[in-house]
Design a protein around this ligand. Structure first.
Ligand SMILES: [Zn+2]
Length: 510
């Protein structure tokens, strides 16, 4: 029997503390055969899944439906934009079904999701999609979904998917492998496995170096999940969530999926949770106050090597606005004389630079373009060094990233890379694309909590996690969560964990 596998992707990560809204236009959409052609070249989840399904032609027939990937993380998705995106996805699903005239008994779907989306009117877009897809595909279709470990593992997701899997690495390097695992999981379900999932709720929001899965304290829990999978469990993992997506289910969750063995799933999900809970108090970031961080940068001058100021409070890949000028302001106020390299999102400033042209002097206001409540603009005079369309290949994944019209402005000895919208800044792509080698600067602002060590940390003279304002601050208490479950560590004192698993299993057809 040939199984038809529908392929759907919908991915974005948001910070609900970013006041700027995300929109439909922030997504790159591929449909039908174009979806397959695009993803065959990518080292992402769909690419990984395709690599497995391709080895089982005859057993499976692929039905590419739709892929919607946000260009980067951002603020909450505006309600009409989510409605449009959701309709696109569900309409595509219905059309794919209508075109195939599919027999429900052979129907299945792979969903590549993130898990930390949110819209103005939907706290759990991924759960909504799976619920609607289930209604369209029917109770007997097999649905498997993959997630980022920064996702939020809601009841609704587990009620409507047969089984899930998630990344095991942070910083993430297993996109492709996670897609492969999802595909193998779906094949096992299609061949008769009867998935049952145990999920454990853990009241903790975590950040910091201890989350690096190769070296941090989190590895004990993640390694246990990996070993379970290697030992034959259908799937296992730990979702520690994006602490900036303040929705009612935000928390950390462990999960284990077994083949028809709820007791084993429960025992092992609790064991992974134990391994996490034992270590969780280490999982926060020691931050250096902004003034002290800038003082350290001054101290390194004139030739003490590069100071990297990590401004993870404005991490675009976690959903921040990218328009923080907090460090820039402090450098200007303290008459910093070194060569500094700073990325900033400011469409108006970029536009002014384009109007003036390369070589011109421009007076522009930078900062606070998107998050004016946190950042007041600063007026600077800069020379336009370079103008670009802001599209470039990422260093990490060799995929195209789009920052929109981008200007390189030289303000004294400070080089500002002014983009029109946010792009991920967890590597050096934006810098390299605009002719800037971070090693040639005295100071670099890195707006990402973690980069691969060789990119900055291995060679920087000083590497400082700065406590600056921002919608993705690791100073979680500064953000003002109002919707996540309480009490939760570290927002509240003396948080206790009730050691309990919830079992999910879908009723199967006879
Ligand atoms: Zn992630």
């Amino acid at each position: 029997m040939t199984h038809q596998i529908l392929i759907v992707e919908c991915k974005q990560e948001v910070s609900t503390f970013n006041p700027a809204r995300s929109h439909y236009e922030d997504f790159i959409i591929h449909r039908g055969d174009e979806l397959i052609a695009h993803h065959r070249t990518m080292r992402n989840e769909v690419g990984g899944a395709l690599s497995v399904f391709d080895q089982h032609r005859g057993e499976v027939e692929l039905v590419p439906v739709i892929s919607a990937r946000a260009i980067t993380s951002g603020g909450t998705l505006a309600a009409p934009d989510w409605a449009r995106l959701r309709d696109d996805i569900l309409d595509a699903l219905r059309s794919a079904l209508a075109a195939r005239g599919s027999d429900a008994a052979t129907l299945s779907a792979y969903f590549a999701l993130h898990g930390a989306m949110a819209s103005e009117d939907e706290d759990d877009p991924e759960g909504d999609l799976l619920e609607q897809a289930r209604a369209i595909l029917g109770p007997h279709a097999s649905i498997v979904a993959s997630f980022d470990l920064h996702g939020i593992l809601t009841d609704r997701i587990l009620r409507h998917a047969d089984a899930i899997c998630c990344f095991h690495t942070y910083p993430h390097v297993d996109f492709f492998e996670t897609g492969q695992r999802a595909a193998r999981l779906l094949l096992r379900v299609l061949r008769g496995a009867r998935p049952v999932t145990a999920r454990v709720f853990i009241p903790a929001l975590v950040r910091g170096d201890e989350l690096i899965t190769a070296t941090g304290a989190i590895r004990h829990a993640v390694d246990a999940a990996r070993e379970l999978e290697a030992g034959g469990a259908l799937s296992a993992g730990l979702f520690w969530g994006n602490p900036f997506t303040d929705v009612p289910s935000l928390a950390t969750y462990s999960f284990v999926v077994t083949d028809d063995d709820p007791a084993l799933a429960e025992r092992e999900a609790l064991r992974i949770a134990d391994l996490f809970w034992r270590e969780h108090e280490k999982m926060r970031v020691p931050l250096t106050p902004l003034d002290e961080a800038v003082r350290i940068a001054h101290e390194q001058l004139p030739c003490g090597g590069t100071t990297v100021l990590v401004d993870a409070a404005d991490a675009t890949s976690s959903g921040a606005s990218g328009d923080s000028n907090a460090i820039l302001r402090r450098l200007i106020e303290t008459n910093y004389t070194g060569r500094a390299l700073i990325p900033i999102v400011d469409p108006m400033a970029a536009q002014a630079a384009f109007k003036a042209g390369v070589g011109s002097l421009v007076t522009v206001r930078v900062g606070g373009a998107l998050d004016p409540g946190r950042f007041a603009p600063i007026e600077v005079v800069g020379r336009v060094r370079m103008l670009s369309d802001g599209s470039f290949r990422s260093e990490s994944f060799d995929e195209m990233w789009h920052a929109g019209p981008t200007a390189v402005l030289l303000v004294g000895d400070i080089t500002l890379i002014v983009t029109s919208h946010a792009v991920s800044l967890y590597d050096r792509s934006l810098f390299y694309a605009h002719g800037q080698d971070p090693r040639r600067f005295d100071l670099v602002v890195v707006k990402s909590p973690h980069c691969q060590p060789h990119m900055f940390k291995d060679w920087a003279a000083r590497y400082v996690d700065v406590d600056a304002p921002g919608s993705t601050s690791a100073n979680l208490r500064s953000l003002g969560h109002t919707r996540c479950p309480r009490p939760i560590w570290p927002l509240d004192e003396e948080v206790t964990w009730e050691r309990r698993a919830t079992i999910f299993r879908r009723p199967r057809s006879a």
